[in-house]
Design a binder for this molecule. Sequence first.
Ligand SMILES: O=c1ccn([C@@H]2O[C@H](COP(=O)(O)OP(=O)(O)O[C@H]3O[C@H](CO)[C@@H](O)[C@H](O)[C@H]3O)[C@@H](O)[C@H]2O)c(=O)[nH]1
Ligand SMILES: [Mn+2]
Length: 732
Amino acid sequence: MAKDDNLPLFETKLAKGRILFQFYSLLIFVGTCFIFAYRLSHIPAKGEPGRWAWMGLFFSELWFCFYWFATTVVRWNPIYRNTFKDRLSHRYEKALPGVDIFVCTADPVIEAPVMVINTVLSVMAYDYPPEKLSVYLSDDGGSDLTFYAMLEASRFSKIWLPFCKKFKIEPRSPEAYFRTAVEPLGEPVLAKEWSTVKVLYEDMKKRVENTTKLGQISEEISKEHKGFNEWILGASRDDHQTILQILIDGRDSEAVDIQGQPLPTLVYLAREKRTQYHHHFKAGAMNALIRVSSRISNSPIILNVDCDMYSNNSKSVRDALCFFMDEEKGNEVGFIQFPQAFENITKNDVYSSSLNVIMELELPGFDGNGGPCYIGTGCFHRREILSGKKYKKNYKADWKRWSNRSAEESTSVLEETSKVLASFSYEENTQWGKEIGLKYNCAVEDVLTGLTIQCRGWRSIYFNPERKGFLGVAPTTLLQSLVQHKRWSEGDFYIFASRNCPFVLGYKKIPLKLQLSYCIYLLWAPTSLTTLYYATVPSLCLLRGISLFPQISDSWVLTFAFVIFLHRAYSLGECIWFGGTFKGWWNDQRMWLYKRTSSYFFGLLDYILKRLGFTKSAFVITTKVANDDVSQRYEQEVMEFGTSSPMFTILATLALLNAFSFFGGLKKLIADLETLVWERFALQILLCGLLVLINLPVYQGLFFRKDVASLPTSVSYQSTIFALLVCAIALY
Ligand SMILES: O=c1ccn([C@@H]2O[C@H](COP(=O)(O)OP(=O)(O)O[C@H]3O[C@H](CO)[C@@H](O)[C@H](O)[C@H]3O)[C@@H](O)[C@H]2O)c(=O)[nH]1
Ligand SMILES: [Mn+2]
C-alpha cells in the first residue's frame, strides 16, 4: 500500500477576504436601518399628498432589503473545490465505474445538427476508458437531419478519438478545436496527419450542412442504411413512434476505431411523441433516457449536457469521480454541478449573459451553505438518486456491482426491448416525473429536481476548475435573453409558490441558509413588482411635485447616499473582480433593470395565468444560431431589437416615462430656482436621471437608429402613447 492511500480525493478551500465582505455587509445593514427609521418617522400625514406613494416605497425598500439579505447569506461563506485525479487513477484506474452521458436536442433548425454532433464528439472523446462510456442523444425533434448527422459523427469518431488521444488536444469538440488550433508545423509527419483529420472534419461538416440545406445524403451512408432513403427529409416531427438506434455498440468487438481501440457506445433516441399527449420537454426526454440507458449500459454515473455545451476539458469525468469516490465524504454526494460558461461572450457583455457573478461567487456560496442547485447542464448525477433514492447514513456505493453490463442480447434485440421504455404510455400511472426521475410541470425542471434531491439528504458539490468543463452558447439578442429569463423566473417562482418551496420541502432537511439562498432565484418574479414601482413612482412624483426622499441639506440624505454608493461600488468591484469591465458592469445594471421590468414581470403574469388555467406550460427553446447580420451586431455590442414584442413595449414605455418625468421635473425646478424647491427633489432627479442614462440605447432604438435592428415604429407609437397617458394620469 502506498502512503497516499488514505489521502482524500478532493479538498475544499474557504474563500479569502470574507472579513472585509462581512464588514461591508454590516455597514449596509446599519445604513438600511437608518433608511427605515427615516421612512417611518417621515410618513406624510393623512390627507397630505404622497402618503400612498411613500408607503409603497417603504414596502419596496423592505422587500429589497430582504432580497439583499438573501444575497448576503449566499455570499457569506463561498467555498472552492480542488481534485486529485492522480490519486484517483492510482487507486481506481482498473475499477472505474461506467458513465452514461445524455445530450438533449429538440429542434434541428435552431439547434444545428453540426453543433449537436460536435457536442457528442467532445464527450465521446473524454479521457476515460471508452468501453466504460456510453453517449446517448435524445432528439425531441425526431429529425432525420439530426439522425443523419449522428451517423456521420459515429463514423468520424473512429478517426477523431485516436486523434484526440495522440495529440492530447483540448478542447475535443472538432469545431472548437480547429477554429483556434494551429498546425504542428515542426514535425512534418504529424503535421500531415493533423491536416488530414482537419480536412476530413471539414468534409463531414459540409456533408451535414448540405443535408440540412439541400437534403443530400452521403452515398456511403445511404448504402449502409437502406431505410434512410425512404424517410422524408424534414425539419422535425411532432408525431412519431420511438426511433432508437444503437449506432455504436461498445460490447461489439468490431466496434473499434482506426487504431483498433474500443469505442464508446453511441445511441440515438427520439422518444415517441403524440400531439395530444404532453411530452414534458427536456424533463421527459431525460426520463426516457434514464430508462433506456438502464437497459443498455446502466452506468452508475450519469452526465447531462445540453446540445450546445461541448466538453471543454477532457478530464471532467475524472474530476467528478474524485468527489463520488472519495472514501470519506464521497458517499453522501448526490450530484456534481459544473458552471455554465459561454464561448461567445463579448468584451462588455451587452446582455449580461456571462453569468459570471452567479458562477464564480453565488454557486460557490450555495456550496458553502449546503450544496449548489442543479442547473440543467454540465451536471454529474448518481443514477440511484435520479430513481428517487433517499440518502441513508452509512450508505456506501458498491461500484463493483455496477461494473457488469446488464444486457446480453444482440444489438437489434436490445434496441427492440429498450424502445418500449421510451413510449409515451410507459409513464402512465407511474411515479415518473413525480418521485422518480426529473420532475415535470416546472419550467426549470433542473432546479426543482436538484432541490428535491437535496431534501432527500444528498449533498451536492460545485466544481469550477480553472479550465472550464463545458462551454456553451449564450443568447445573442436582447429578446432571446429576456425570453429565457422569463421562462426561468416563471419556473423558479412556481417552485417557491408550490409545496416544493425550500422553506416547506426543505424544512429541517436542508440548512436554513440554503433555503434562504434559493430565494435569490426563486423570488425573481415578484421582485419585478418592486422594481417597476421604484422605476416609475418616484419619477412620476417628481413630475407632480411630490417629494419622496430627504432634501439635500437634510442629514438623512447621507444615509441614502451612503447605502446607494457603497452598494453599487461593491457590485462594480464584484463585477471587475470576476473579469468584467466598467462598461460591462454598466450593461449589467441595464440588464438587471430590463430583466426585472419585463422578463420577470411577464414570468409572474405567466405564472398567475397558468395557475388560473388560462395558459399551458411551454418551453421556448433558446435559439443557438444567428445570421451574419445579427452576429455582427452582437460582436459590435449594438443592442438588437428588430421585432415588436410586449417586452419591448414595456421597456420603451418605462424609458419614455422617465424621460418625460426628468425633463418635466427639471423644467419645474428651474422655473422655481430661487425658492430652493429643487433641494427637496435632488435625489429623485438623480434617480430619474440615472434611469434616463441607462436607457440611452432604447431612445436610440426608438428614434435615432434606422437599421433593421432598431425598434419598430409600432413599438414607438405604443410606448409614446402609454407613457404620455401615464404621465397625464399622474398630473391630474
Ligand atoms: O422539449 C424540449 C425542449 C428542450 N430540450 C432541450 O433542453 C435543453 C435546454 O434548452 P434551451 O432552450 O437551451 O434552454 P436554456 O434556457 O438555455 O437552458 C437552461 O434552462 C433549462 C430550464 O429552463 C434547463 O433545462 C437547461 O439545462 C439549462 O441549460 C436543450 O438542449 C434542448 O434541446 C429538449 O430536449 N426537449
Ligand atoms: Mn441553452
